[in-house]
Design a protein around this ligand. Structure first.
Ligand code: 13P
Length: 252
């Protein structure tokens, strides 16, 4: 099955409201002719509403970087899925390795968030990926397998069909050390195989699996040439209009 490519920019904790608006105005222009692939930006919470306003009528879509695992309530400092929808989001990144590492998010929590996001009409981008020590110990596959099972367990095939998975080897994030296309492809194929075992082969065939970790204009083409790589989750290079535009326009 031909999967529609998705390039997602994870802006992390960068950009004020006015800086966000500047960036997204440039992207709206530079990506206006792009029709055969999806482009997504995930600014910080504070800029979502303003960015959504700029993106009206554009093909670029909006997502958030995290959400709370409850519908609403006394959770000081947290943001609910309904608030994200209200601000114009269609997607939400869940279980990013920085959330797992610095805010102790577990597969069980990511799983709860994933189910809630789907119930609330947001498309989850669920992140998995091994740390350097795990790769060096030859544990990449078991680590990724348990993250996939733990984060997506209990979903119906219909729900799983709406999820995007991002494979982000932690050692490649922000380090300039990209996984080679072969290294990435190997894990993407492994993830797709597990999706097939859990939810059936047609769900596996249709699932978009993004690669993240030092994606740049000069390596995106070789990554996207791989059979099981359906897009990118881009950090640093998504903060520059020119670089992100080139990444969205891979192989064209
Ligand atoms: P970099 O592209 O800066 O390595 O970040 C990757 C990432 O964590 C995207 O979610």
């Amino acid at each position: 099955m031909a999967r529609r490519p998705l390039m997602a920019g994870n802006w992390k904790m960068f950009k004020t409201v006015s800086e966000s608006v500047d960036l997204v105005k440039k992207l709206k222009d530079s990506l206006s002719g792009v029709k055969d692939r999806d482009a997504l930006v995930c600014p910080p919470f504070t800029a979502l509403a303003a960015v959504s306003e700029v993106l009206k009528g554009s093909a670029v879509t909006l997502g958030a970087q995290n959400m709370n695992d409850n519908v609403q309530g006394a959770f000081t400092g947290e943001i609910s899925p309904a608030m994200l929808k209200d601000a114009g989001c269609a997607y939400v990144i869940l279980g990013h390795s920085e959330r797992r590492q610095y805010y102790f998010e577990t597969d069980a929590l990511v799983n709860k968030k994933c189910k809630l996001a789907l119930e609330q009409g947001l498309t989850p981008i669920v992140c998995v990926g091994e740390q350097l020590a795990e790769r060096e110990a030859g544990r990449t596959f078991p680590v990724v397998e348990s993250q996939v099972k733990g984060s997506l367990g209990g979903l119906t095939p219909e729900q799983a069909g709406k999820v995007v998975v991002a494979y982000e080897p932690v050692w490649a994030i922000g380090t300039g050390k990209t996984a080679t296309p072969d290294q990435a492809q190997e894990v993407h194929a492994f993830v797709r195989d597990w999706i097939g075992r859990l939810f059936g082969s047609s769900i596996a065939d249709g699932m978009r699996i993004l690669y993240g970790g030092s994606v740049k204009p000069d390596n995106i083409d070789s990554l996207m040439a791989q059979k099981d790589i359906d897009g990118g989750l881009v950090g640093g290079a998504s903060l520059k209009a020119e670089d992100f535009t080139r990444i969205v326009k891979f192989l064209s």
